[in-house]
Ligand binder design. Structure first.
Ligand code: AMP
Ligand code: ZN
Length: 142
């Protein structure tokens, strides 16, 4: 079932009606900090045009989102104490997708220090000042 874009939180962010800690944007995509970060620097990349998941996003937007994801991942590794990036995309309620607007999670990692499992983590409300500061750091590293 398609989400009504009026009720979609990420469409509201694209429209500037809901604030975000913006890291990057171009014609087709937007990258911003996740407010419940799994690790420091956890970033979401979305298409500006609403698409629910991997099954319905257009090929052009899919490519654009992943090109932006590559830019952000490089910046994360350049400016954070991370040695890897876990890239996660949940498609469909059965996969635990909560926000029904296509998004890629970029989770900076250092498995020797962050104590996280390969595929199982907890996201918790973050400290907004810290999220803003780290988002700025990634933005500056682009
Ligand atoms: P999921 O749909 O399960 O892949 O995850 C949705 C993600 O969006 C979660 O990690 C939330 O913390 C994140 N999220 C939800 N609302 C916002 C928001 N307003 N700003 C930033 N991140 C958000
Ligand atoms: Zn949307």
């Amino acid at each position: 079932m398609a989400t009504d874009t009026q009720d979609c939180i990420f469409c509201q962010i694209v429209a500037g009606k809901v604030p975000c800690f913006k890291i990057y944007e171009d014609e087709r995509t937007l990258a911003f900090a996740d407010i419940n970060p799994v690790t420091e620097g956890h970033t979401l990349v979305i298409p500006k045009a609403h698409a629910e998941n991997l099954l319905d996003i257009t090929p052009g937007d899919l490519a654009a989102v992943h090109q932006t994801a590559q830019k952000i991942a490089r910046a994360q590794l350049a400016c954070l104490k991370a040695t890897g990036v876990t890239v996660v995309q949940l498609s469909g309620e059965g996969a635990n997708q909560v926000v029904m607007h296509y998004h890629v999670h970029l989770i900076p990692r250092d498995r020797t220090k962050d104590g996280l499992d390969k595929f199982e983590w907890e996201s918790k409300p973050g400290n907004m000042r810290s999220i803003e500061r780290i988002a700025g750091k990634i933005k500056d590293a682009l």
